[in-house]
Write a protein that binds this ligand. Structure first.
Ligand code: 2HA
Ligand code: ZN
Length: 273
């Protein structure tokens, strides 16, 4: 079967990058079985011929009304699909969907009728927010990074910005590349609209959101950027756990050293675009 990617190098480049990142997710052990999901806004890569493509599966409800998504196109990982399979065959393990004019439903247009991710409400609520605020960000990533999920089992890290403070203090790069830190969402039912709403509130002020005892949600200019955001924070969590496994609580950089970094490098306190 002919793929829509065959004659569209710009769209293919975006999908190739998604496939590259899903390989990393599997290699890192963050994507057991069908764990994690991805959406990327590909509207800019959709030409008139593709816009006219008919739906290849019945219209489905999103479960939310998202006014900024009208007529937009997204690549979505398929529900039940494996990241490691997607790395090899992105158009068999994900699909391109168009949001209908009611802003509450979507239809699949290519290449195959692969039903999108179970966490679609969260992904699309975030995409709606990004468009609403004129952001240049196009990608959302949910994954299960081991060390960050492990830390979310410890009550101390779930209070206020304690997790961000500890992660920033592990290595200067964490603060430099995740200057908004990590926001905590208390445990919620996977795939629920409530989880989506809580995530949306937290992503407004943080680089990455941590779902207690489940995983992370990150946004990025592209999927590599969303991956890097998660990776930087997970690296800090890994350093924390390595130090703990040597027998003591790590010192961490001092609050003064963290403040100095913020000032000298003039680190942003809001998402730059
Ligand atoms: O897609 O990770 O949270 C499987 C999940 C659901
Ligand atoms: Zn999950």
């Amino acid at each position: 079967m002919k793929s829509v990617l065959e004659t569209r190098p710009e769209l293919k480049a975006v999908i190739d990058q998604i496939a590259e990142v899903t390989g990393y997710l599997w290699q890192k052990g963050w994507a057991e079985r069908n764990g994690g999901n991805i959406t990327v806004n590909v509207t800019e890569c959709i030409d008139e011929e593709m816009k006219a493509l008919p739906a290849i599966a019945p219209v489905q409800q999103i479960g939310m009304v998202l006014p900024c998504l009208k007529g937009k196109f997204f690549y979505c990982k398929g529900t039940g699909k494996r990241m490691r399979d997607l790395a090899k065959q992105p158009m068999q393990n994900g699909s391109i969907v168009r949001i209908c004019d009611d802003c509450a439903s979507y239809e699949i247009i290519a290449d195959e009728p692969v039903v999108p991710t179970s966490e679609l409400p969260t992904h699309l609520a975030l995409q709606n927010y990004l468009l609403e605020t004129g952001s240049c960000y196009k990608a959302t990533l949910h994954t299960h990074p081991i060390e960050l999920v492990a830390m979310s089992h410890i009550q101390r890290f779930l209070r206020g910005d304690e997790m961000t403070r500890v992660l920033w203090s592990m290595i200067p790069e964490t603060l430099a590349f995740a200057p908004l830190g990590i926001g905590i969402v208390p445990y919620g039912l996977p795939s629920s609209v409530e989880l989506a709403e809580a995530t949306l509130e937290k992503i407004k002020k943080h680089d990455v959101v941590l779902w207690e005892k489940h995983g992370t949600v990150a946004v990025g200019q592209d999927i590599m950027d969303a991956f890097d955001q998660t990776d930087v924070l997970c690296k800090a969590a890994n350093i924390y756990m390595c130090a703990r496994s040597m027998g003591s609580e790590p010192d961490g950089m001092t609050d003064a050293a963290v403040k100095e970094l913020q000032e000298v490098f003039n680190l942003p306190k809001v998402r730059p675009c």
